[in-house]
Design a protein around this ligand. Structure first.
Ligand code: S3P
Length: 172
């Protein structure tokens, strides 16, 4: 829930490789507000994500992620969440009252974006199949929290960022 101490933020959710960080950064610039990537907040506090998964496991990562989301929402502006942040019921509840954008992407478009070795959940023999499975499982959660959905598969990301800015400005 929002309060006067916590103005509505613009929050990006969606699967790995959907463009949450790059589009979020552009939207923040367009709005003239700050940008926070919760993965980055976690890395700054606890080290690289693959190392966190290896040393502490996913459950601990999710705890740290929830803390990072809570802090970021208090700061406001534009926030990109990690793809799995919506798994946490507390995080989903915390998004109520904020403007939440669900970014989708096709498997074909995402395949080149998720092979950077930085996403432990899709490491292995068939990263794309794993990515699809995870996306299918989480899609209802993204839809539950989102106010609008934009697809990032085609065309330059500037076009998607501009469409989101148009929507945000029209909503005021
Ligand atoms: C994850 C997505 C990643 C990162 C971590 C786990 C997920 O963020 O938080 O590797 O569970 O989908 P991006 O969505 O920014 O890749």
């Amino acid at each position: 829930m929002t309060s006067s101490a916590e103005p509505p933020a613009v929050v990006f959710v969606g699967p790995m490789g959907a463009g949450k960080t790059s589009i979020g950064r552009r939207v923040a610039r367009g709005l003239g507000v700050g940008f926070t990537d919760t993965d980055r907040v976690i890395v700054q506090a606890h080290g690289p994500i693959p190392d966190i998964f290896a040393a502490h496991g996913e459950a601990r990562f999710r705890e740290w992620e929830r803390e990072a989301v809570t802090q970021s929402l208090q700061r406001g502006g534009v926030i990109s969440l990690g793809g799995g942040a919506v798994l946490d019921a507390g995080t989903r509840a915390a998004l109520a009252g904020h403007r939440v954008v669900f970014l989708t992407v096709t498997p074909r478009a995402v395949s080149a974006r998720i092979r950077d070795g930085n996403r432990p959940l899709v490491e292995g023999d068939d990263p794309l199949a794993r990515w699809q499975q995870i996306f299918d499982e989480r899609r209802p959660l993204y839809e539950e929290v989102a106010d609008r959905t934009f697809d990032t598969s085609f065309g330059p990301i500037t076009g998607v960022a501009d469409a989101i800015l148009d929507w945000l400005r029209g909503e005021k």
